[in-house]
Design a protein around this ligand. Structure first.
Ligand code: 8YV
Length: 313
């Protein structure tokens, strides 16, 4: 294991075999990692590990790479498949936590909670005012969801409870009973961007979605609209977003992920109309434990000769 994972998952792996886990706070040094990979039959990886040919060369015995994340853009899946190395991820168990955080960010942005916090903590004198720090209500507003998988759908059902109208963009339509339940409509991306009051990103990151939200996409959004990103940073052209926020071409943004994580574009830090969170989408004790257990179960199943429960390849 390239990093520490919650104890219940570690326990599952220890019961099943011999375990080595990097225990440092900094990323595992490459030479230490490679010395361990040399004998590993399975590897548990984190979002911060790049699993490429170099990594796989160091792990000639590995038969599975179990990523503790639903996103697996840190893994060269084709390179793994070419070497008959299985890859698994952790879908499902983090859906609610990520959808909850998305709603938190959405409300923080539209109700200016970050600005309010900073005002009070700065010691600036303030008093209640009829026109003080007015935000935007959600009732009757349109939420445009880009990527209507498990997390996008869970965000939609929460947003319905806040009285929002749902539109979505996805390669395929969601099941008609879910569409009906959410009263959701599938739209082309440009129409979704042009008509939504809040745009929330829930698609995977790939070559296809790199800078999906670029200057041109931002220009089609309403001046009163907000962008929320709890998916992956590079889906958004961060420099273009800073320009759009700076010029008031959109009203605000709330971001849990960044283009060059953990670096954050300095322009974002300077802006008041953006809420920033340090990749907390799945960060609850229960969820991280469930993710790690699922990764452990994938390794154990494969090494016992069974099909892993949540394979990617
Ligand atoms: C995690 C995530 O915080 O699952 C994902 O794809 O981005 C988050 O749930 C992270 O990946 C933990 O490694």
């Amino acid at each position: 294991m390239t990093g520490r994972i919650p104890e219940p998952a570690l326990g599952l792996l220890r019961e099943a075999g011999q375990v080595w886990a990097w225990d440092g706070d900094d990323p595992v040094p490459i030479d230490v990692r490679d010395a361990q990979l040399a004998d590993a039959d399975g590897v548990v990886t984190l979002l911060s590990d790049r699993v490429d040919d170099g990594f796989l060369d160091a792990a000639p015995r590995a038969r599975i790479v179990a990523n503790v994340a639903v996103g697996y853009n840190n893994i060269d899946v084709a390179a793994c498949t070419a070497r008959e190395v299985r890859v698994s991820n952790t879908p499902g168990v983090l859906t609610d936590a990520t959808a909850d955080l998305t709603m938190g960010l959405l409300i923080a942005a539209t109700r200016r909670l970050g600005e309010g916090e900073r005002l009070i903590r700065s010691g600036t004198p303030w008093k209640w005012g009829m026109f003080m720090m007015l935000g935007t209500g959600l009732q009757g507003r349109r939420l445009g969801i880009v990527g209507m998988g498990g997390i996008g759908t869970a965000v939609a059902s929460r947003a319905r409870a806040f009285g929002m109208e749902i539109v979505y963009h996805n390669r395929t339509a969601v099941a008609s009973d879910i569409e009906q339940l959410l009263e959701a409509r599938r739209l082309p991306l440009d129409e979704l961007l042009a008509t939504s009051d809040v745009v929330s990103l829930h698609c995977p990151y790939s070559d296809e979605t790199h800078h999906l939200i670029d200057a041109a996409a931002l220009a089609t959004m309403r001046r009163s609209a907000y962008l929320v990103n709890t998916a992956r940073g590079p889906i958004v052209d961060e420099a273009a977003l800073v320009d759009a926020l700076d010029d008031g071409r959109i009203a605000g943004a709330a971001l849990d992920v960044f283009e060059n994580e953990p670096d954050v574009h300095p322009g974002l830090v300077d802006l008041d109309n953006v809420v920033l969170a340090p990749h907390l989408g799945s960060a609850t004790t229960e969820t991280r434990t469930a993710m790690a257990e699922l990764a452990a179960r994938n390794v154990i199943a494969l090494l016992r000769g069974d099909e892993p429960p949540t394979p990617v390849n």
